[in-house]
Design a protein around this ligand. Structure first.
Ligand code: GDP
Ligand code: IMO
Ligand code: MG
Length: 428
């Protein structure tokens, strides 16, 4: 039995979807434990490309069980759109293949409206959220006024909770200059969703626990990444959940001692969508070159991703906070052709070199990246299928990542497709 985690070790979009799909081969169950449809996970199999947001990336395999855990926030409208989209591409999404926690909180129309209105009210200090209602939904969960999937399945309970929420949220919406919502419209709409949801809903903690006890292998698929973590990210420019290993136990209802490995997904350079600090950002033509070559545009919002050199202070932080047992380095094919490459190994702050991420954004703004320079590799690596086939300079780059982070590299990505993957160590 093994229960391993796949996590983003930067600011999201590291290639978690592709790696989850690839590693799902070694798992029986794939579980999402946090976030919602703010995530955008791209998986390419054969000639087809799939864009997943809420549904675990194990869904493309016929025989795997996929679980949306209690720590996820579920927008039923978005969920059914995604199910219909997948079915349209020939992927079956049945209650045998997908189960959803009865304890997951539900994204309601007022969450989406408030997400947008609050961003507007923040003015120049906006976070650059995806506008999917993630923050307001988690706010309600913590404030104890959230509506959970189990509430949708109990009409009276749902009615009572929705009535109070609509009353309070309408006051808030009006205060921020928005249009109030109609209770009956939402009540009717969500009762329809409840009917369609019902066959998928289970106590997923019990289900995952039993799978593990029955010697099955479970993969926990992270969304977002290290520095979008609500506690250890670049607060407040973060998402509203724990994207690090700690989120797995609370977001699925299993004990942390059941988790055997944690794999950090690291893009060979750094990207970020939305606002907030980014010490190694490249605002020049090299940044532009990486964005175009790596197709760095958001899957969920279509926004340009900001690009920069690989920052190992971030990856080291991920290794520490999430207890990473190995790294997957993705997109080394994108860097092919650059003459010189830089990697940030520490920050200079007030005359001292530090290798951890400061909590204060003011301190972070003072940090100057300390770089190590590498010779690039001219050769295209997209067809390499073993470590030996990689150019020497790419090997030097990879070995240095492992050295500095003190974490072995188990897999290297050389393209978006399932088979464009080099396995270095069997153990994760
Ligand atoms: P996620 O959010 O972490 O799942 O990542 P995204 O799907 O948002 O962004 C990663 C993008 O890179 C997707 O378009 C993937 O298809 C693609 N990708 C993943 N791994 C590789 C790789 O090794 N090389 C290349 N060229 N593309 C990759
Ligand atoms: P995946 O799983 C990259 C960013 C948003 C914004 C901040 C808060 O594809 O890696 P939110 O809507 O969550 O309140 O927005 O977090 N963000 C992501 N950036 N990849 C993601 O997911 C993201 N999900 C949220 O751009 O800066
Ligand atoms: Mg993404």
């Amino acid at each position: 039995m093994s229960a391993f985690i796949v996590l983003g070790a930067q600011w999201g979009d590291e290639g978690k979807g592709k790696m989850t799909d690839y590693l799902a081969e070694e798992a029986d169950v794939v579980v999402r434990f946090q976030g919602g449809n703010n995530a955008g996970h791209t998986v390419e199999v054969g000639d087809k490309q799939y864009k997943l947001h809420l549904i675990p990336s194990g869904i493309l395999h016929d025989e795997k069980l996929n679980v949306i855990g209690n720590g996820v926030v579920v927008d039923p409208k978005a969920l059914f759109e995604e199910i219909d989209y997948l079915e349209g591409l020939g992927v079956k999404v049945t209650p045998e293949k997908l189960v959803i926690s009865d304890r997951a909180n539900v994204i309601m129309p007022y969450h989406k409206i408030l997400d947008v209105l609050k961003e507007k009210a923040r003015g120049k200090n906006d976070i650059g959220t995806t506008g999917k209602g993630i923050g307001p939904c988690y706010t309600d969960k913590v404030e104890r006024s959230g509506i959970r999937i189990s509430d949708l399945l109990h009409e009276n309970e749902f009615k009572e909770k929705l009535e109070i929420n609509i009353k309070m949220k309408n006051d808030y919406i009006k205060l921020l200059g928005g249009e109030p919502l109609d209770f009956h419209e939402i009540f009717t709409e969500y009762l329809e969703y409840a009917k369609r949801l019902k066959p998928f809903v289970k106590d997923t903690s019990v289900r995952i626990y039993n799978e593990i006890k029955n010697d099955k292998n479970v993969l926990f698929e992270g969304a977002q990444g290290m520095l979008l973590d609500i506690d250890y990210g670049t607060y407040p420019y973060v998402t509203s959940s724990n994207t690090t290993s700690g989120g797995v136990a609370s977001g699925t209802g299993i004990g942390p001692n059941m988790i055997t490995n944690a794999v950090g997904i690291v893009k060979a350079y750094t990207t970020r969508v939305g606002k907030g600090p980014f010490p190694t950002e490249l605002l020049d033509e090299t940044g532009e070159w990486i964005r175009e070559k790596g197709h760095e545009y958001g899957v969920t919002t279509g926004r340009s991703r900001r690009c920069g050199w690989l920052d190992l202070v971030i990856v080291k932080t991920a290794a520490r906070v999430s207890g990473l047992t190995s790294l997957v380095v993705t997109k080394i094919d994108t860097l092919a052709g650059l003459e010189k490459l830089k990697v940030c190994t520490g920050y200079k702050l007030n005359g001292e070199i530090i290798d951890y991420f400061p909590a204060s954004l003011e301190d972070l703004a003072k940090c100057e990246p300390v770089y190590e320079e590498f010779d690039g590799w001219g050769e295209d690596v997209a067809n390499a299928r073993s470590y030996e086939e990689l150019p020497e300079n790419a090997k030097v780059y990879l070995n240095r990542i492992a050295d500095i982070t003190g974490t072995k590299i188990c897999i290297v990505g050389v393209g978006p497709k399932r088979n464009q993957t080099i396995r270095i160590t069997k153990e994760l």
